[in-house]
Design a binder for this molecule. Sequence first.
Ligand SMILES: [Ca+2]
Ligand SMILES: [Ca+2]
Length: 320
Amino acid sequence: MTSLRWMILVCFSLISVIGTGESLTPIEPSKTVAPSSLAAIIAGMSKPIADLNASYNKLLAQKKGISCPCSASVIQACNNQRNLLNRGLISCGSQLSSANAQRSSLQQQVNVLNSQLISANVQRSSLQQQVNVLNSQLRSEIAQKTSLQQQVNVLNSQLSSANAQIKSLQQEVTVLRSQLSSGRKLPQNPIIAKYQNLGWPYFRGSLYYVSTTTANWQNSRDDCLSKGADLVVINDAAENNFVRGFQRKAWVGLYKSGSTWIWVDGRILSPSVSYWAPREPNNVGNREDRVELQRYNEFNSWNDEPWTTNNYWICEKKVV
Ligand SMILES: [Ca+2]
Ligand SMILES: [Ca+2]
């Protein structure tokens, strides 16, 4: 009986050692155990013993599971593969180092190119500024050329008129010479006669025309030129009084070039032969660059006026 109880205790101890995880209540040895109690204890051991067997079988299964299933040839193959992979790894490392070196070199090239790009942009900016300056100069020169061309056109127009007058005078000279050589009495100047017949009044060597319509300064002058004359040049007080007698607010042949007043025959206005109205010329709007006979009832009668104003006009044709 005592040995049986010790066997049970050993079993309990084994269960604890192999770690079934189940806890059993240890049975203290007793010197006085009744046979019925012992039978009950044995009966109560059935389940722990069954559990113990299950744990044993489980451990056996685990032991089989952790045993190496690989043969030597498989291990050798694995080692070969590992060596192969290691060599590949070394090769990759070498390529990586080479690629890093190339990347570093390329980065340096990129830095150099960026530096060159910055320098090129600075040069481009400088060149653009020079281009802007040159364009500005070009526009200014074109404007000057246009202005000069306009002046040339005016001068050409004056030249044409002068040439026409010269030709007319030459014809008159030819006629007069012919008459002189024939000993005939000189008739009245045919030019004076011709224009007086057209209604042009004569005054001290000039013939005059007063328009019956109005036009701007340039068109007025063009009309005079087409008649073999030009806008009137007022040479003195007597002539100023004469043209005032027409009682017309009319253009005369005086215009401004820059800040200088010039007559259409090219002479600069003399301050001593100027008959400006009070507070004139006042250049209103900074665009009054032509002269009209405005206050014709007053001796000081001139006014500066924009060339676009429509006025009557007075032509003068010198014949002496
Ligand atoms: Ca005159
Ligand atoms: Ca004025």
